[in-house]
Design a protein around this ligand. Structure first.
Ligand SMILES: C[S@@+](CC[C@H](N)C(=O)[O-])C[C@H]1O[C@@H](n2cnc3c(N)ncnc32)[C@H](O)[C@@H]1O
Length: 269
């Protein structure tokens, strides 16, 4: 694997005229490309990625209740995400958000071959008394299974409802996708403690992504919302290649440093 480098969005824009747009695979494989997920995915060829594992922003600040929007905290009072992401306000009108996520899924589906799969992590919530089960995002995409990720522990200071502990992972797969032998024994409820030691406000736990990557034969794994680089860490753990896309230059740098440190610890550098 070659060493990771960050391709800055501004550099991408500046180089447009000089036809120096990043080229697949050299500018993508084992790199974090800093820019917008949809725009960057559009520069990648059809069928070039075996597996996509991702967790988009959940649009948490667009909340009808006492959510994170007004800074009072409410049910997110204890969440690191209360401070938000560095370069994304997570507060789109719902319809706009759904359209954006569907545009992302269209690109993701184009990027995987006939035996490829997407593991798309999201969270269900109740808004204005109605369940937002994300069906409006995934409708029409080949959802094969819903995995429940049960996080452990957590704190709930609100006596109005039980402590929320689960998220969902949609397995969206093309027809020939298969798990490796014996991986199907895992069942569809996975318990993994949420990530505690990460500066990023919404990082995956590495062992959750290890479970996904190691359940497939994928040679190359994409995360279009790479954040702190967890999917890359899991890819490295299982000797697979990765492509990361992340909007925030801060998180790109965070991911680069983390990957470098991880490779050094694993004596891969
Ligand atoms: C839920 S977090 C992903 C965290 C990641 N799974 C990890 O383990 O660190 C979502 C990420 O999407 C990024 N993001 C927001 N808008 C984006 C866009 N248009 N294109 C690419 N990344 C974006 C945010 O900066 C944030 O880091």
């Amino acid at each position: 694997m070659s060493q990771s480098t960050t391709t800055k969005t501004r550099a991408v824009t500046r180089n447009k005229k000089a036809s120096k747009m990043p080229k697949f695979p050299n500018d993508f494989v084992n790199k974090i490309v800093c820019g917008d997920a949809v725009k960057i995915m559009k520069q990648m060829p059809d069928g070039s990625i075996d597996l996509i594992v991702t967790s988009p922003p959940y649009n948490l600040k667009n909340s009808t209740g006492n959510g994170m929007k007004d800074g009072r905290g409410g049910k997110w009072a204890n969440a690191a995400l209360q401070n938000g992401y560095s370069h994304h306000d997570d507060c789109m009108p719902h319809d706009e958000y759904v359209k954006w996520q569907r545009d992302c899924l269209v690109e993701m589906l184009r990027l995987i071959p006939e035996d490829g799969a997407i593991f798309y992590n999201h969270k269900w919530r109740v808004q204005g008394g109605l369940l937002q089960d994300r069906q409006d995002i995934v409708a029409g995409f080949p959802v094969r299974q819903i995995i429940i990720w049960r996080r452990k522990g957590g704190l709930n200071f609100n006596a109005g409802y039980f402590l929320p502990t689960y998220e969902v992972i949609y397995l969206i797969a093309k027809p020939e996708f298969k798990l490796i032998p014996k991986a199907n024994a895992h069942g569809d409820i996975w318990e993994f403690t949420q990530e505690m030691n990460n500066e990023h406000p919404a990082a995956f736990p590495v062992n959750l992504i290890d479970r996904i990557v190691s359940s497939t034969n994928a040679k190359i794994v994409l995360d279009p919302f790479m954040g702190s680089g967890t999917t890359a860490i899991a890819a490295i753990n299982h000797d697979r290649n990765y492509v990361g896309i992340e909007l925030s230059p801060e998180y790109c740098e965070m991911a680069e440093k983390r990957i470098k440190k991880h490779k050094a610890q694993a004596k891969l550098l």
